[in-house]
Write a protein that binds this ligand. Structure first.
Ligand SMILES: Cc1cc2nc3c(=O)[nH]c(=O)nc-3n(C[C@H](O)[C@H](O)[C@H](O)COP(=O)(O)OP(=O)(O)OC[C@H]3O[C@@H](n4cnc5c(N)ncnc54)[C@H](O)[C@@H]3O)c2cc1C
Length: 322
């Protein structure tokens, strides 16, 4: 056990790093603990994705994000955040998972990981929402051909691919796979493509559906996935189509039990919003803070980089004022 830190930051995503920058500026003795690579969620994004945010809105620590196009892609974002680490030389442990955060007698927290144990006066949870897919709970979902993460299209070329969902991830995957030669079908619960879909992708997918290049079943649900087929409940009845792969891009959810185990209260409604003070980001457990997209609970679109990087300043101002 090393000496107690002023602050432990759980999660080395953009907002965890933003918190570390502010902690460094305030001369706090801090440590970031990240279970994967630096900015692990972005590392796991589709290889050729384009951010909906422009580059300057992804900046942290007032370090310019240089990018030729207005909106960067995954590779450029990884380069940017790697350079941020080179510049600030963070105190960070990568590939170490935090298993438990517990407040001990007095004010110190004990932070247990899969490798070590630490003590800290304050803890920030900035663990995002990208690690747990929202499952469809249908028969056959456990088959290897069903994927909840999409990387790139090549594997799907010249195959029958079913894309579930009508949000950005589903639309990007459907268009990319179709352009690389896949026979793409979409199954969409609602009666339209989601309004949050990027403004350049929405007309593209709607036109591909209108011209019949991509088949879309609206107001429909998968009822069963088999080795070579999928059953779909459509408004006109049940149909069966040939299928090689299912891209179930039905969204992701934060690890809410991780928060509850630390004593953080969640709202009773379906959003499961964690309790925190909107000006200090301190939860109902004194000294335990939330930052970044995790703050929204199941409302995973409420917070993103541009509107949550400010959490870093709010927390550090509060900690240092105490
Ligand atoms: C495909 C896609 C595109 C997106 N595009 C945009 C965009 O254009 N603009 C935008 O602002 N947002 C975008 N987002 C949302 C984006 O993911 C978040 O805004 C951003 O990543 C939030 O940063 P964060 O630091 O809060 O969380 P994350 O980036 O998710 O970071 C959380 C980190 O915590 C780590 N972690 C989790 N649990 C533990 C644990 N127990 N122990 C240790 N480490 C842990 C994770 O590995 C991860 O690295 C997009 C999301 C997706 C999925």
């Amino acid at each position: 056990m090393t000496a107690a830190y002023d602050l432990i930051i759980v999660g080395g995503g953009p907002i965890g790093l933003a918190c570390a920058i502010e902690a460094q500026k305030k001369n706090l003795n801090y440590l970031i603990i990240e279970k994967g690579a630096i900015v692990n969620s972005i590392f796991n994004y589709p290889l050729y994705m384009t951010f909906f945010s422009t580059a300057e809105r992804l900046e942290i620590g007032d370090i310019p994000f240089n990018c030729l196009a207005p909106k960067p892609g995954r590779q450029e974002a990884l380069e940017y955040y790697r350079n941020i680490h080179r510049y600030f030389n963070f105190s960070i442990h990568l590939f170490e998972r935090v298993a438990e955060v517990k407040k001990q007698e007095g004010r110190l927290f004990k932070v247990k990981t899969d490798k070590n144990s630490y003590e800290a006066k304050n803890v920030i949870i900035a663990t995002g929402f990208y690690d747990i897919p929202i499952e469809m709970n249908v028969k056959g979902e456990e088959l290897a051909k069903v994927r909840h993460y999409y990387k790139e299209a090549h594997e799907y070329a010249f195959r029958n691919v079913l894309v579930v969902g009508a949000n950005n991830s589903s639309v990007d995957a459907a268009l990319e796979c179709w352009r690389k030669g896949a026979n793409v079908t979409m199954v969409i619960r609602k009666n339209e493509i989601n309004n949050r879909v990027k403004y350049w992708a929405k007309p593209d997918i709607e036109n591909r559906i209108a011209e019949g290049s991509i088949t879309a079943y609206f107001e429909s649900n998968i009822t069963e996935i088999k080795d070579n087929e999928v059953e779909i409940q459509t408004p006109k009845g049940k149909i069966t189509i040939e299928n090689d792969f299912v891209l179930a891009l039905t969204g992701y959810q934060p690890d809410l039990s991780f928060l509850e185990n630390m004593g953080i209260q969640l709202s009773d409604d379906e959003m499961k919003t964690p309790t925190y003070h909107p000006e200090t980001m301190e939860t109902n457990v004194p000294g335990l803070f939330l930052a970044g997209v995790i703050c929204g609970g199941m409302h995973t679109h409420k917070w993103f980089i541009e509107n949550s990087r400010i959490h870093a300043n709010m927390i550090m101002d509060y900690i240092t004022a105490q």
